[in-house]
Design a protein. Structure first.
Length: 457
């Protein structure tokens, strides 16, 4: 990667200046890519990001992507990419030995903090597994294929291991120039493919366990992340914030760690999903996993502050997560249940329709590697408030940025947006214009530059 030099903290601008866009029109590149989920079967931002990036990469002439996930459902939008499920690989034909798929039972336990995309109902169902069920699950249907749930249950480490075993076989059967693995769940698969073929490995860090766990690091997850970073030829991070975490917390050499900010997809946006200011009751929205990482308790606190000053406001908490029941209790204890609505998990067009009804969007994340939701809100014309502790704050100018813990400042910002039409109009227009400049196509060009440099090295 010597052709891309890191010169100081403003890496994104430096990288942008080094891209020869004319030379990037054609690629002739074959990429074996690993992910854990793919739309419409997603549980959070990881699937959305993978789709946005692969969609833009596949639009580059000559770029051929094989995207491997644990489980294919058959309803995926797979235009211009080859989508392959590890659950489609037949064991007899592939000659994968059963003993490679078996792990000691004590490796199956996964703490709830690293099950990031599960709502309370799903978590209750998934956490009801017994050792006997896991044993039978590991061998069930092994005469045809390995069974993958594609979920984030308590036997997650088993599925990660089995995915890497099947991925090694897939890599041996494919022709490709390099490997690209998204997030820690697929790092072992990427490493296995690299060891099998000798091809360069790019890992894409969408979040680290420092973000997900609120600092209560799970050693098993950290070790998988660390090993993936050590084995990678290049590491792509979704923000400078994440890049700093990778370098400082995982002791990785800075010259192989690059920032490529996420973008936003415009395919779900049309005139019907653009917010239009209305008189009467106002709506303030939170959208994301209801976990410690996303700061939902701060959203409840600022709701109390706002409702003490103005009564014509309703608050929507859209999402699911292990803290949902706690948030419902906090809202009830505060006596504001009649002003609060919990929608559960939303995705796709439902997200944009909800945002079109919102007057303000708030993301009070404690630790957010990037955060695509604010861009989705801005592209719907919704004035947006984000925490300074988010990666998206590095790329947007027309959103109000506040420390996640400063609920008084957030409440003041919301009150101002709802009370002063000129401020509301300015944020709506500027935010909408800015969102349309933060494209996945820009990210794809930077990724292509990284690919080209790796293959030429």
């Amino acid at each position: 990667m010597s052709a891309i030099n890191y010169e100081g903290e403003d890496f994104t601008e430096d990288f942008e200046n080094q891209i020869d866009y004319k030379s990037l029109k054609d690629s002739n590149m074959k990429v074996l890519m690993f992910g854990w989920e793919f739309p419409p079967n997603i549980s959070g931002g990881l699937g959305t990001a993978c789709y946005g990036l692969t969609k833009s990469l596949s639009a580059i002439e000559g770029m051929n992507i094989t995207f491997v996930i644990p489980k294919v459902y058959g309803n995926e939008n797979k235009k211009k990419i080859e989508l392959l499920g590890a659950n489609q690989i037949e064991l007899i034909k592939s000659k994968i030995r059963l003993e490679k798929l078996m792990l000691p039972v004590d490796c199956f336990s996964v703490e709830s903090l690293i099950v990031p995309y599960v709502d309370p109902r799903e978590y209750k169902e998934q956490s009801s597994f017994t050792v006997e069920k896991i044993r039978s699950k590991a061998t069930k249907e092994t005469s045809t294929a390995v069974r993958f749930t594609g979920n984030y249950g308590p036997d997650l480490l088993t599925e990660i291991h089995n995915f890497s075993v099947v991925s090694e076989y897939i890599a041996s059967q494919k022709e490709f120039d390099l490997i690209h693995a998204h997030d820690w769940l697929t790092f072992p698969a990427g490493i296995a493919a690299k060891k099998k073929t000798g091809k360069p490995l790019v890992i894409h860090v969408h979040a680290t366990d420092f973000d997900r766990s609120g600092g209560a690091i799970n050693p098993a997850v950290y070790n998988i992340e660390k090993h993936g970073m050590d084995q990678a030829d290049c590491i792509v991070c979704v923000s400078n914030k994440t890049r700093e975490t990778v370098i400082n917390k995982y002791n990785i050499a800075p010259d192989k760690v690059f920032t490529v900010h996420n973008g936003v997809d415009f395919s779900n946006t049309n005139n019907s999903t653009i917010h239009t200011p209305k008189s009467g009751e106002k709506i303030v929205t939170f959208l994301g996993r209801i976990t410690i990482q996303k700061g939902p308790e701060y959203f409840v606190q600022l709701a109390e502050l706002i409702l003490a000053r103005m009564k014509n406001v309703k608050f929507i908490m859209a999402g699911s997560g292990e803290l949902m029941n706690d948030m419902v209790k906090k809202v009830a204890q505060a006596g504001i249940s009649d002003r609060f609505l919990f929608t559960g998990f939303l995705k796709g067009k439902d997200v944009h329709e909800m945002l079109s009804l919102s007057d303000v969007f708030v993301m009070p994340s404690v630790s957010e590697p990037f955060g695509i939701c604010p861009l989705e809100a801005m592209q719907c014309g919704v004035p947006t408030i984000i925490s300074k502790q988010s990666g998206v704050s590095e790329v947007v100018k027309h959103a109000i940025k506040v420390d996640y813990w400063d609920v008084k400042a957030m409440a003041d910002a919301i009150h101002g947006i709802l009370s002063y039409p000129a401020l509301n109009t300015m944020m709506t227009q500027k935010g909408l214009s800015e969102a349309y400049t933060i494209k996945w196509g820009n990210a794809a060009k930077k990724i292509q530059c990284i690919y080209d440099n790796l293959v030429r090295a």
